[in-house]
Design a protein around this ligand. Structure first.
Ligand code: 5GP
Length: 183
Protein backbone atom coordinates (compact mmCIF):
# COMPACT_ATOMS: atom_id res chain seq x y z
CA UNK A 1 0.00 0.00 0.00
CA UNK A 2 0.95 3.64 -0.49
CA UNK A 3 0.71 6.60 1.89
CA UNK A 4 -2.41 7.68 -0.02
CA UNK A 5 -4.17 4.46 1.07
CA UNK A 6 -3.78 5.28 4.78
CA UNK A 7 -3.48 9.07 4.70
CA UNK A 8 -5.24 9.64 8.05
CA UNK A 9 -2.82 7.27 9.84
CA UNK A 10 0.22 9.35 8.88
CA UNK A 11 1.20 12.79 10.09
CA UNK A 12 4.07 13.05 7.60
CA UNK A 13 5.54 11.21 4.62
CA UNK A 14 9.31 11.46 4.96
CA UNK A 15 10.45 9.43 1.96
CA UNK A 16 8.42 8.10 -0.92
CA UNK A 17 8.95 4.73 -2.55
CA UNK A 18 10.53 6.47 -5.56
CA UNK A 19 12.99 8.41 -3.41
CA UNK A 20 13.95 5.22 -1.58
CA UNK A 21 14.57 3.38 -4.86
CA UNK A 22 16.65 6.27 -6.25
CA UNK A 23 18.84 6.20 -3.16
CA UNK A 24 19.14 2.42 -3.42
CA UNK A 25 20.35 2.79 -7.02
CA UNK A 26 23.25 4.97 -5.81
CA UNK A 27 24.06 2.70 -2.90
CA UNK A 28 24.00 -0.42 -5.08
CA UNK A 29 26.40 1.22 -7.53
CA UNK A 30 28.77 2.08 -4.69
CA UNK A 31 28.55 -1.44 -3.26
CA UNK A 32 29.28 -2.93 -6.68
CA UNK A 33 32.41 -0.81 -6.98
CA UNK A 34 33.57 -1.64 -3.45
CA UNK A 35 33.04 -5.39 -3.81
CA UNK A 36 34.39 -5.71 -7.33
CA UNK A 37 36.04 -9.12 -7.69
CA UNK A 38 34.78 -10.36 -4.32
CA UNK A 39 31.91 -12.73 -3.56
CA UNK A 40 29.28 -10.91 -1.54
CA UNK A 41 27.07 -12.33 1.19
CA UNK A 42 24.18 -10.12 2.27
CA UNK A 43 22.96 -10.79 5.81
CA UNK A 44 19.48 -9.40 6.38
CA UNK A 45 18.06 -8.66 9.80
CA UNK A 46 14.44 -9.81 10.05
CA UNK A 47 11.76 -8.62 9.98
CA UNK A 48 12.49 -4.97 9.27
CA UNK A 49 15.14 -5.49 6.56
CA UNK A 50 12.82 -7.59 4.42
CA UNK A 51 12.05 -4.79 1.94
CA UNK A 52 15.51 -3.23 1.76
CA UNK A 53 17.10 -6.67 1.26
CA UNK A 54 14.66 -7.51 -1.55
CA UNK A 55 15.19 -4.17 -3.28
CA UNK A 56 18.95 -3.82 -2.75
CA UNK A 57 19.67 -7.38 -3.93
CA UNK A 58 17.56 -6.91 -7.07
CA UNK A 59 19.11 -3.52 -7.81
CA UNK A 60 22.59 -5.06 -7.81
CA UNK A 61 23.71 -6.06 -11.30
CA UNK A 62 25.95 -8.84 -10.00
CA UNK A 63 25.62 -12.08 -8.06
CA UNK A 64 25.19 -12.11 -4.31
CA UNK A 65 24.12 -14.64 -1.71
CA UNK A 66 21.59 -13.87 1.00
CA UNK A 67 21.02 -15.17 4.49
CA UNK A 68 18.86 -14.02 7.39
CA UNK A 69 19.01 -13.49 11.10
CA UNK A 70 16.18 -12.55 13.40
CA UNK A 71 16.95 -10.66 16.58
CA UNK A 72 14.60 -9.21 19.13
CA UNK A 73 14.01 -5.47 19.05
CA UNK A 74 11.16 -3.17 20.02
CA UNK A 75 8.26 -5.59 20.51
CA UNK A 76 5.01 -3.71 20.06
CA UNK A 77 6.06 -0.35 21.57
CA UNK A 78 8.15 2.51 20.23
CA UNK A 79 11.04 2.43 22.73
CA UNK A 80 14.16 0.26 22.52
CA UNK A 81 14.02 -2.51 25.09
CA UNK A 82 17.82 -2.80 25.15
CA UNK A 83 17.37 -6.57 25.16
CA UNK A 84 18.99 -8.31 22.21
CA UNK A 85 18.31 -11.97 21.57
CA UNK A 86 18.94 -14.18 18.53
CA UNK A 87 15.60 -15.62 17.49
CA UNK A 88 16.87 -17.15 14.23
CA UNK A 89 20.52 -17.71 13.33
CA UNK A 90 22.24 -17.85 9.93
CA UNK A 91 22.47 -21.02 7.86
CA UNK A 92 25.78 -19.91 6.32
CA UNK A 93 29.29 -20.32 7.75
CA UNK A 94 30.79 -16.79 7.68
CA UNK A 95 34.46 -17.85 7.88
CA UNK A 96 36.37 -16.19 5.02
CA UNK A 97 33.24 -14.55 3.57
CA UNK A 98 32.73 -10.91 2.62
CA UNK A 99 29.67 -10.05 4.67
CA UNK A 100 27.45 -7.00 4.27
CA UNK A 101 24.82 -6.69 7.00
CA UNK A 102 21.61 -5.19 5.62
CA UNK A 103 19.63 -3.23 8.21
CA UNK A 104 16.37 -1.35 8.02
CA UNK A 105 17.17 1.31 10.60
CA UNK A 106 19.85 2.08 13.16
CA UNK A 107 18.49 4.00 16.12
CA UNK A 108 20.55 3.68 19.31
CA UNK A 109 22.86 1.21 17.56
CA UNK A 110 22.41 -1.26 20.44
CA UNK A 111 21.10 -4.03 18.24
CA UNK A 112 23.79 -3.51 15.62
CA UNK A 113 26.63 -3.36 18.16
CA UNK A 114 25.57 -6.74 19.49
CA UNK A 115 25.19 -8.16 16.01
CA UNK A 116 28.59 -6.94 14.80
CA UNK A 117 30.36 -8.38 17.83
CA UNK A 118 28.56 -11.69 17.32
CA UNK A 119 29.29 -11.89 13.55
CA UNK A 120 32.95 -10.83 13.94
CA UNK A 121 33.55 -13.83 16.20
CA UNK A 122 32.68 -16.04 13.21
CA UNK A 123 35.81 -14.83 11.33
CA UNK A 124 34.44 -13.29 8.13
CA UNK A 125 37.03 -11.96 5.64
CA UNK A 126 35.28 -8.58 5.89
CA UNK A 127 32.22 -7.21 7.66
CA UNK A 128 30.41 -3.97 6.79
CA UNK A 129 26.94 -2.58 7.39
CA UNK A 130 24.36 -1.03 5.10
CA UNK A 131 21.32 0.64 6.72
CA UNK A 132 18.46 2.25 4.83
CA UNK A 133 17.80 4.68 7.68
CA UNK A 134 19.80 6.10 10.57
CA UNK A 135 18.73 8.28 13.49
CA UNK A 136 20.92 10.89 15.20
CA UNK A 137 21.57 8.78 18.32
CA UNK A 138 23.28 6.18 16.14
CA UNK A 139 26.13 8.63 15.59
CA UNK A 140 27.13 8.14 19.25
CA UNK A 141 27.14 4.37 19.01
CA UNK A 142 30.37 2.39 18.66
CA UNK A 143 29.41 0.85 15.31
CA UNK A 144 30.22 2.19 11.86
CA UNK A 145 27.57 2.05 9.18
CA UNK A 146 29.45 2.23 5.89
CA UNK A 147 26.41 2.69 3.64
CA UNK A 148 23.56 4.90 4.94
CA UNK A 149 20.43 5.52 2.92
CA UNK A 150 18.88 8.47 4.75
CA UNK A 151 19.34 10.19 8.09
CA UNK A 152 16.03 10.62 9.91
CA UNK A 153 14.85 12.98 12.63
CA UNK A 154 14.54 11.42 16.07
CA UNK A 155 10.97 10.23 15.56
CA UNK A 156 9.34 6.84 15.37
CA UNK A 157 8.73 5.97 11.72
CA UNK A 158 6.84 3.24 9.88
CA UNK A 159 6.80 1.77 6.40
CA UNK A 160 9.24 0.04 4.05
CA UNK A 161 9.55 -2.91 6.45
CA UNK A 162 9.25 -0.90 9.66
CA UNK A 163 6.19 -1.69 11.76
CA UNK A 164 4.09 -0.36 14.56
CA UNK A 165 2.45 -3.20 16.49
CA UNK A 166 2.91 -5.48 13.49
CA UNK A 167 1.33 -3.13 10.94
CA UNK A 168 2.65 -0.74 8.25
CA UNK A 169 5.53 -2.98 7.10
CA UNK A 170 3.84 -3.20 3.70
CA UNK A 171 3.66 0.57 3.29
CA UNK A 172 5.85 1.50 0.30
CA UNK A 173 6.73 4.92 1.70
CA UNK A 174 8.20 5.90 5.07
CA UNK A 175 6.43 8.28 7.41
CA UNK A 176 5.51 9.22 10.94
CA UNK A 177 2.27 8.11 12.57
CA UNK A 178 -0.56 10.39 13.58
CA UNK A 179 -1.02 10.55 17.37
CA UNK A 180 -4.49 8.93 17.13
CA UNK A 181 -2.85 5.66 16.02
CA UNK A 182 -1.01 5.33 19.35
CA UNK A 183 -4.03 5.99 21.54
P1 5GP B 1 18.48 0.19 17.92
O1 5GP B 1 19.01 -1.02 18.63
O2 5GP B 1 19.44 0.74 16.90
O3 5GP B 1 18.01 1.23 18.88
O4 5GP B 1 17.15 -0.26 17.18
C1 5GP B 1 17.17 -1.12 16.10
C2 5GP B 1 15.83 -1.71 15.78
O5 5GP B 1 14.77 -1.00 16.42
C3 5GP B 1 15.55 -1.60 14.31
O6 5GP B 1 16.08 -2.69 13.61
C4 5GP B 1 14.03 -1.53 14.27
O7 5GP B 1 13.50 -2.83 14.28
C5 5GP B 1 13.68 -0.83 15.56
N1 5GP B 1 13.46 0.60 15.34
C6 5GP B 1 14.29 1.64 15.64
N2 5GP B 1 13.75 2.82 15.30
C7 5GP B 1 12.54 2.54 14.76
C8 5GP B 1 11.50 3.34 14.20
O8 5GP B 1 11.54 4.58 14.11
N3 5GP B 1 10.41 2.66 13.73
C9 5GP B 1 10.29 1.32 13.80
N4 5GP B 1 9.17 0.78 13.31
N5 5GP B 1 11.24 0.53 14.32
C10 5GP B 1 12.36 1.14 14.79
Amino acid sequence: MDASDIRSDLSDVLYTADEIQQRLDDMAAQIERDYDGRELLLVGVLNGALMVMADLSRTLTRHCEMDWMAISSYGSGTQSSGVVRILKDLNTDLAGRHVLVVEDIVDTGLTLAYLIQNLKSRNPASLEVMAMFRKPDALNSPVTVKYVGFDLPNEFVVGYGLDYAGRYRNLRDVGTLSPHVYS
